[in-house]
Design a protein around this ligand. Structure first.
Ligand code: FAD
Length: 338
């Protein structure tokens, strides 16, 4: 919607906060993107996918390029593996459904993650024991300054936990136009050990699951656990789960023997941020029109404000509370757009 020569971004972010941009364009091909990037007016544009991992703190002074590049196809295959290419504008869950329907395994645990394919490598999306990096083949990208195409392999992307080179050294340097995944055609490597996937499959009466069963179980779990952004504005987990040195984890365990923690490697453990937030008293706590969700303490929820900065204010309160109680600094997973 255009108002006072600006375009509203309210329907383009899953928090549903009000923000506007002076210039908005939707791009449907790599060529069109290369052309647009030559335009000085779009030099500093925000690249927007489905808006499910951003929080607008104010109106933007910069333009927005919304990526809507379509298309899913198999570009190469052997007896075991198919390489699937998906345009950056494909809805992630549609890609998962397409793969499941074609019996291509590897991303069924990532069912129902909101957003578009192009954003998936940015934070190396993950859920239920699988990360994008597990099946990533490469990504086609365009250099924002030069307009040149470049293929990024898994090493170039430097993937980490909810992290990649695109969030660090290469921040705002490239636009992803397509992502290619190496998926199994048979002997799928099924992962049912994470969260309550196994229990849900058992409840569904399934003892020998296939990839479709796992996808259905994940959809069921997520639908029960996470607030639907169409009804309650949110961006999923607002914070990353902190990864702390083992010594730090041991110190906390002396004080909180029931604290959940997961082994990362010989030096580090991961502590669920949701547990820390709950223990600090913020789970289900609503302050005016914002708060942390009552079923999932990690999810910051918009109960009706138009102001992103109020959500951020509450997030900072939560961060302070956790820091004070545990001495741990939470880091936002969501991208703050100022
Ligand atoms: C209910 C809910 C549940 C969620 N659950 C999960 C989960 O389980 N696991 C998980 O990992 N995430 C989860 N998320 C977060 C979110 O879905 C993912 O981060 C998703 O990949 C964001 O996609 P998007 O298209 O909406 O990105 P956007 O929010 O539009 O953009 C995110 C960032 O990527 C950049 N970007 C977007 N597209 C491109 C592109 N083509 N090229 C370069 N940069 C780009 C943007 O500039 C921005 O910095 C959840 C969100 C919600 C609302």
């Amino acid at each position: 919607m255009k108002k006072n020569n600006t375009v509203s971004l309210q329907e383009y972010n899953t928090f549903g906060v009000a923000a506007s941009t002076p210039l908005f364009v939707e791009i449907k091909s790599s060529l069109a993107l290369q052309e647009k990037l030559k335009d000085e007016a779009f030099k500093d544009a925000l690249i927007l996918g489905g808006g499910s991992n951003i929080l607008f703190l104010a109106d933007l002074s910069k333009p927005v390029i919304k990526i809507s590049i379509p298309g899913i196809r198999i570009i190469n295959e052997t007896e075991q593996i198919a390489v699937v290419s998906a345009g950056a504008g494909v809805v992630w869950h549609d890609l998962v459904m397409w793969c499941v329907a074609n019996n291509l395994g590897g991303i069924e645990n990532l069912s129902l993650i909101p957003g578009l394919v192009g954003a998936a490598p940015i934070q190396n999306i993950g859920a239920y024991g699988v990360e994008l990096s597990d099946v990533f083949y490469d990504a086609l990208c365009i250099n924002r300054k030069t307009g040149e195409s470049r293929i990024f392999n898994v090493k170039d992307c430097d993937f980490g936990y909810r992290d990649s080179a695109f969030k660090n050294d290469l921040k705002d340097a490239y636009v992803v136009t397509a992502v290619r995944l190496a998926l199994t055609k048979k002997n799928h490597n099924l992962k049912t050990n994470y969260g309550n996937v196994k229990e849900t499959l058992a409840q569904m009466g399934i003892t020998k699951p296939n990839i479709e069963d796992i996808s259905k179980a994940v959809v069921q779990i997520r639908t029960n656990k996470l607030p639907d952004p169409k009804k309650l504005g949110n961006a999923g987990s607002f914070f990353k789960n902190p990864i702390v040195p083992k010594g730090e984890c041991a110190r906390l365990l002396l004080q909180y023997p029931n604290m959940p923690h997961y082994h990362i490697d010989s030096n580090f453990d991961k502590i669920p941020a949701g547990w820390l937030i709950e223990q600090a008293g913020f789970k289900g706590l609503k302050k005016g029109k914002v708060g942390m969700h009552d079923k999932q303490a990690l999810v910051l929820v918009n109960y009706g404000t138009l102001y992103g900065k109020l959500l951020w204010k509450h997030a900072k309160l939560v961060m302070e509370g956790v820091e004070k109680k545990f001495g741990i600094s939470l880091e936002p997973e969501v991208n703050l757009i100022r």
